[in-house]
Design a protein around this ligand. Structure first.
Ligand SMILES: Cc1cc2nc3c(=O)[nH]c(=O)nc-3n(C[C@H](O)[C@H](O)[C@H](O)COP(=O)(O)O)c2cc1C
Length: 194
């Protein structure tokens, strides 16, 4: 692989898209950047266009823009670690997956988590194209968010995402318990023909 240095930490093939090479999960966001309602609509549309098993679309989103009431409620349930950086993002989004068919113990889709992940990935591609970055995270109280927004028991509040414009400093910041190290293409290849 031809190596080139992009940003502070990424050594990649020049054939990679800018998204694949430069995407990262910022730990600091521009506190002046405001996301418009149109931008929120486009991000949700991108998420909703992800593929899903049987087109089951087992996803839903709770969206708060910095300064609005939904954002304030989401901020209340961040953990100590995420509350250090996530509230400054332009948006906080809670990512929900439908786990059960309503009023049953039947799985809604065995791929609900997989599909929600793809939807958030699609949102992430779109955000990148709009000059924003996404930091997905688990460091919040899932049950408290579910209670706050009356999420019924057949849905799960799975992850959250902080979305906004990273500061210049964010490119060189590292967080406890997170790493940007990657296994190489060779290491992640289980089997491959010649
Ligand atoms: C499902 C999921 C949960 C995550 N949880 C956290 C978290 O709780 N706190 C955090 O700082 N980052 C969290 N991350 C971000 C990862 O730590 C990050 O993606 C990884 O270290 C690779 O760094 P990069 O995204 O900058 O390439 C999470 C990412 C995913 C996909």
């Amino acid at each position: 692989m031809i190596a080139t240095r992009l940003g502070r930490f990424v050594t990649t093939s020049p054939a990679l898209t800018s998204f694949a090479a430069r995407r990262f999960s910022p730990l600091q966001f521009d506190p002046e950047h405001v996301a418009s309602n149109d931008e929120v609509d486009v991000l949700l549309e991108a998420a909703g266009r992800a593929p899903s098993a049987g087109n089951s679309q087992p996803w839903a989103f709770i969206v708060g823009k910095r300064g609005d009431g939904v954002h304030a409620k989401l901020v209340r349930h961040l953990s100590r670690s995420s509350s250090a950086w996530a509230p400054g993002a332009s948006m906080l989004v809670a990512n929900l997956s439908q786990r059960f068919v309503e009023d049953t113990e039947m799985d809604y889709s065995e791929f609900a988590h997989y599909d929600l992940g793809q939807a958030v990935a699609h949102l992430t591609f779109q955000a990148h194209a709009m000059g924003m970055s996404v930091h997905q995270f688990r460091a919040f109280d899932q049950d408290a968010v579910a209670r706050e927004f009356s999420v019924p028991s057949h849905w799960e509040v799975t992850t959250m995402a902080a979305i906004g414009v990273p500061t210049a400093e964010a490119w060189s910041m590292t967080g406890a318990g997170t790493s940007r190290e990657r296994r190489s293409p060779t290491q992640i290849t289980w089997a491959r023909g010649s």
